[in-house]
Design a protein around this ligand. Structure first.
Ligand SMILES: [Zn+2]
Ligand SMILES: [Zn+2]
Length: 452
């Protein structure tokens, strides 16, 4: 296999791998870099060879966000994905166009939007959902064949890893993977046994193993904090990523309410995550490997967020649990506005349930201690941090120990490291060299062609 990383840097960025196996040329994902702006956020798509197909592993923007640009260049290419991803891809891209359009207007980023609403219909037409765990064989004009099987990857609804079989060689791309069950998505089910090549994510390579931290233990801890806060007359803000995490948190709250493990309190929700609840419901009913029912919102009696603006610094008159889209607490979102009401009051709590980049408002807030100040730009408010701020670990990615174990059991001849910051990749490079000394390990330099 020849492999070229088209991401602009060796990080978790605009995920896009160009793979050439025999006569077959294809991309694994075409994402948009979450920390770059304008056309710098795109992978290097300038000199793409003619593609036979594109594999979309899942619908996070760092994997999906540049697909419309690929289709603009090669309108006839087919996008192979899970049935669940085919349901939600266009909706996520539509949100991306509206976010980019807002950024153009507010921050003057002239290159935005990188594609338009009208370019999303061709994406929908190009999507080819493949049933999971069902091999599909493609034939090249010269008669050679490649067999593709999508495997459930956990991580987020619709996520898959992809196995290619070519001339008795097995090559797997893990995509983003989670080997533990979530409330709404079952754990990855990857093939057992020997593989020729393993192309793996390395997200948590630099994170120390947290053996005692599980989803179950974090759920208990989260419910304890919520219950304590509600019992003492406070409100709780849970900023949550709209796709996946928000529905997971709502399911956790609903399960707790059913078993009377949640203190009585109204639940408020707003943003994209409420809309996406309908999509996850549809993925659940029509695609499989997703367990979410829209019913959860009704059972929890979820209320929309009041549009009546409470001045920043003043506590909310409506006490409750606020589950709001915007995992990293992006400025000028409803979550940002509610945080500006809660932060100055000791009875309240802010619970972060996902990764927050240190450069984001959420990341900066997590670094604050009680008594520090925190500036709400745009709201003309400087808060004195008195509320309880806590981080909970509901990661969508495998621990480094789990990934090592998967690598060990597959005894690959070659391993390629992707989707990780440099320290994360360095850890895997070192550990894999010890654990599987016979394997050839490649940490690809972007833009360089590797013969794997
Ligand atoms: Zn992802
Ligand atoms: Zn990713």
């Amino acid at each position: 296999m020849r492999l070229t990383d088209l991401n602009s840097a060796s990080d978790i960025g605009a995920n896009c791998l160009l793979a050439e196996i025999g006569p077959f040329r294809f991309l694994i994902d075409a994402g948009m870099h979450p920390k770059k702006t304008g056309s710098d956020a795109l992978p290097r798509l300038n000199r793409l060879p003619p593609l036979d197909f594109v594999i979309l592993t899942h619908c996070h923007l760092d994997h999906l966000g540049a697909i419309p640009v690929v289709l603009r260049k090669q309108p006839d290419v087919e996008i192979l994905c899970s049935p669940a991803s085919a349901i939600i891809a266009k909706r996520i891209l539509r949100n991306s166009v509206s976010v980019m359009t807002r950024q153009r207007d507010e921050a003057g980023i002239k290159a935005y939007p990188l594609f338009t609403y009208s370019e999303l219909d061709p994406v929908e037409t190009a999507l080819r959902p493949l049933p999971l765990l069902a091999p599909r064989t493609l034939r090249a004009p010269n008669g050679e064949e490649i067999t593709i099987t999508l495997y459930p990857a956990g991580h987020v609804a619709g996520a898959v890893g992809c196995l290619f079989e070519y001339k008795h060689r097995k090559i797997i791309f893990t995509g983003d993977v989670l080997f533990q069950d979530q409330e709404t998505v079952p754990a990855a089910q990857f093939p057992a046994g020997q593989l020729d090549t393993l192309v793996m994510e390395t997200t948590h390579g630099a994170s120390p193993p947290q053996e005692d931290v599980t989803r179950a233990s974090e759920t208990v801890r989260l419910l304890e904090t919520i219950n304590q806060t509600i019992t003492h007359g406070g409100s709780v803000l849970i900023p949550a990523f709209a796709f996946g995490r928000m529905q997971e948190i709502l399911t956790i709250l609903n399960n707790a309410r059913r078993t009377k493990a949640l203190a009585a309190s109204p639940v408020y929700c707003s943003g994209l995550g409420v809309d996406l609840a309908d999509y996850l419901d549809m993925m659940s009913r029509k695609a499989g490997f997703v367990n979410f029912r829209r019913q959860v919102l009704q059972e929890l009696k979820v209320k929309p967020l009041s549009q009546r603006f409470v001045a920043p610094g003043h506590d909310l008159p409506e006490k409750g649990i606020y589950v709001l889209s915007s995992g990293m607490l992006v400025e000028n979102t409803p979550a940002w506005r509610i945080a500006a009401n809660l932060l100055d009051h000791a009875r309240n709590a802010l619970c972060f349930v996902g990764y927050c980049d240190p450069d984001t408002a959420g990341g900066r807030l997590l670094a604050r201690k009680r008594g520090d100040t925190f500036s709400f730009t745009g709201l003309d408010h400087i808060a004195h941090v008195k509320a309880h701020i806590e981080r909970f670990y509901f990661s969508g990615h495998a621990t480094r120990g789990e990934l090592l174990a998967f690598a060990r059991q597959s005894e690959p001849r070659a391993i390629v490291l992707t989707h990780g910051d440099p320290p994360a990749r360095a850890w895997f490079e070192e550990e894999l060299a010890i654990e599987i000394p016979s394997a050839k390990i490649t940490n690809p330099v972007p833009g360089t062609v590797y013969q794997i």
